[in-house]
Ligand binder design. Structure first.
Ligand SMILES: *[C@@H]1O[C@H](CO)[C@@H](O)[C@H](O)[C@H]1NC(C)=O
Ligand SMILES: *[C@@H]1O[C@H](CO)[C@@H](O)[C@H](O)[C@H]1NC(C)=O
Ligand SMILES: *[C@@H]1O[C@H](CO)[C@@H](O)[C@H](O)[C@H]1NC(C)=O
Length: 595
């Protein structure tokens, strides 16, 4: 196989005119390497096992052969016969794939129906009722929902006997999330006579096992993006460059106190661009995202997305996809697999939680054939991360020259927002605490060392009015923070009802004999008694945090794991359906509470 850069669709595979015209309507001019390598093979009725990174165009690499295969059954595939099942690890990915498929369907040439089975949208009963009433030829969904629907719905079980194509997307991630047994269950319901396509960013032993269990003599395809060449080879190779080649990876460094200023000075010069802005925790997205919205909403379209936003997530996500320019402020939830067209910049305000997340995040930009840019904001103490990424992920990085002409003190504007609304102030404190906690448990703690952090400068950048008490900080005398002169207890909530409640609580406290504290106590040394009390409090807090450890990041993964566990338990009859119902509701409820 040789290098192919400008391969047009019609030159490589024999596709239906309807498919070709839809591809052209969607604006995909040339095929990407993974499409060139996969589509002809898959269409020749061979199983394929494809190693390809996010952003390589793999969705079309399976959607098109799948549709071509189904189009050979036009007229024979009945309403309740399922011709294709696509299993994807996350709701976003699944709904995006579903969206792409819908673009191709029409009554005349491609008269199929497709259904999306994902969590977070109505309950499982709806899924099965919908199938019974409306049928479906193509099912796209997350493993838990698909296996559950199969289990519950006899009609779906007999429907999948007509299955032609099974796609396992992001197989490595499906397995990472603990869906192994769920996948086995799904495979158990499907006929052996079928075509299977397995797509994965990495080739783990689990993926190989799945491949052995679910496929017949698959053709292995591995696409090296960097050299733009293709290989049919052993998948077990090293030295594959994982970032798409047209990506410019950059970094910039500054002092901790200047970090937010640096970000804002950069962003305000990019009014016409589409930007993904990553923070390490949900609390940081809530704080900085809302603040940026308050500060820039005249000039920018700003959207927020993180693991604790459940219901509206898809809506926010598709809204951003449709924007020409704007900023999506988000956490890791978005870090992998989701295809957002035309992102110009991926900004990482915080160090990514791990190096492979970094590369996946960068996979957000540099869609095939266009120039993408990624920029990470590092502190001076963190610059060895540049070398680490270069060596560890084989991704070269260049320094970005910031235009430092602007002198706007954005962090002071953050303080002003906090003074105007107690809720903003509290969000700031929560964000700061969550940031330090996530920093403290960073996987790469040789580079990101909590003892190198200047808490005072950091608090300045966060625009805090005071530094919160937390065990990590107590150890270090903070000298580099100048607290603004404000009476913190006098700061009101903008929300009238909330403020009223606060006033009431204060009054109650006063009448109970305990005067509300108007003086900050942080500078006073703790007496022995107080210290003991505080120690107990910290211990309690630590236990609580341990319990809630996962809520600050990786929320979604944790949620998916829980979903999977619940389904498993239900299957083993360890819980009843009612209990299952309840747990799913409880999960939503507790998240609402955090919000
Ligand atoms: C069947 O499809 C129609 C039209 O899309 C929809 O309104 C209806 O709710 C579906 N039936 C069920 C039981 O979901
Ligand atoms: C690193 O991140 C990836 C996802 O981006 C995850 O699958 C993997 O488990 C993480 N590694 C560690 C050690 O947390
Ligand atoms: C599960 O919840 C749905 C509504 O949320 C309800 O209609 C259904 O009856 C419940 N199933 C059981 C077994 O409780």
């Amino acid at each position: 196989f040789t290098k192919m850069s400008n391969t047009t669709w019609s030159s490589v595979c024999d596709l239906h005119d309807h498919i070709l015209s839809t591809i052209s309507r969607l604006g995909f001019k040339n095929m990407t390497p993974v499409q060139v390598a996969t589509i002809p093979v898959f269409m020749k009725n061979k199983d394929v096992c494809v190693e390809a990174v996010t952003g390589s165009g793999k969705t079309l690499a399976f959607v098109i052969p799948m549709l071509e295969m189904l189009m050979q059954c036009v007229g024979t595939l009945k309403k309740h016969q399922v011709g294709a099942v696509i299993v994807s690890p996350t709701r976003e990915l699944a709904s995006q794939i579903h969206e792409v498929i819908e673009e191709f369907l029409d009554d005349q040439h491609c008269p199929f129906t497709s259904t999306l089975l994902i969590g977070g949208t109505g309950d499982i009963e709806n899924d099965t009722n919908d199938f019974v009433e409306n049928g479906s030829n193509i099912i796209v969904g997350t493993p838990g929902r698909i296996s559950f629907a199969l289990e519950k719905c006899l009609m779906l079980r007999s429907g999948v006997r007509s299955l032609e194509v099974l796609i396992l997307d992001e197989a490595d991630r499906l397995l990472d999330l603990g869906f192994h047994r769920t996948l086995t269950t799904i495979l158990g319901y499907l006929p052996k006579q079928r075509r299977t396509g397995l797509f994965s960013a990495t080739q783990t032993t689990e993926v190989v096992q799945l491949m052995k269990a679910g496929m017949r003599n698959p053709v292995k395809i591995s696409v090296k993006e960097k050299k733009q060449d293709l290989e049919f080879a052993s998948l077990d190779q090293s030295g594959v460059t994982k970032t798409p080649s047209s990506l410019q990876n950059r970094y910039t460094t500054c002092r901790a106190c200047e970090k937010f200023n640096s970000l804002m000075n950069f962003v305000t010069k990019k009014k016409d661009e589409k930007i993904l802005l990553f923070f390490s925790t949900c609390a940081c997205v809530e704080y900085f995202g809302r603040a940026i919205k308050d500060l820039l909403s005249n000039d920018f379209n700003i959207l927020l997305l993180h693991g604790k936003i459940k219901k509206k997530r898809l809506e926010i996500f598709s809204k951003f996809r449709k924007l020409d320019r704007g900023i999506l402020v988000c956490t890791d939830v978005m870090a992998r697999g989701v295809d957002i067209p035309d992102v110009d910049w991926v900004l990482q305000f915080d160090p990514p939680s791990n190096a492979s997340a970094f590369v996946h995040r960068c996979g957000r930009t540099a869609r095939v054939g266009r120039q993408g840019n990624a920029l990470i904001f590092l502190l001076e103490s963190e610059t060895s991360y540049v070398d680490f990424i270069e060596i560890n992920q084989k991704a070269p990085m260049l320094e970005y020259q910031m235009d430092e002409s602007s002198t706007i003190q954005w962090s002071s504007k953050l303080q002003e927002l906090s003074i105007k609304d107690r809720a903003a102030m509290e969000r700031g404190l929560r964000a700061f605490v969550s940031f330090i906690q996530s920093y403290a448990k960073h996987e790469c703690n040789l580079i990101f060392r909590i003892k190198d952090l200047s808490f005072g400068e950091l608090a300045t950048s966060f625009g805090l009015l005071r530094i919160p008490k937390m065990p990590e900080i107590k150890l270090k005398a903070v000298t580099d923070f100048v607290a603004p002169v404000v009476d913190i207890d006098a700061i009101k909530y903008k929300d009238k009802a909330r403020e009223k409640q606060r006033k009431l609580a204060l009054k109650k406290k006063a009448t109970e004999g305990e005067k509300p504290k108007f003086v900050s106590e942080k500078k006073k040394a703790w007496s022995g008694l107080k210290e003991k009390k505080e120690l107990r409090r910290v211990k309690k807090e630590k236990r609580r945090m341990k319990k809630e450890k996962m809520t600050f990041d990786d929320d979604e993964l944790e949620e998916l794991r829980k979903d999977a566990q619940l389904v498993k338990k239900l299957k083993r009859k360890e819980i009843t359906k009612a209990e299952y119902n309840e747990s799913m509701d409880a999960a939503e409820g507790s998240l609402n509470k955090v919000l």
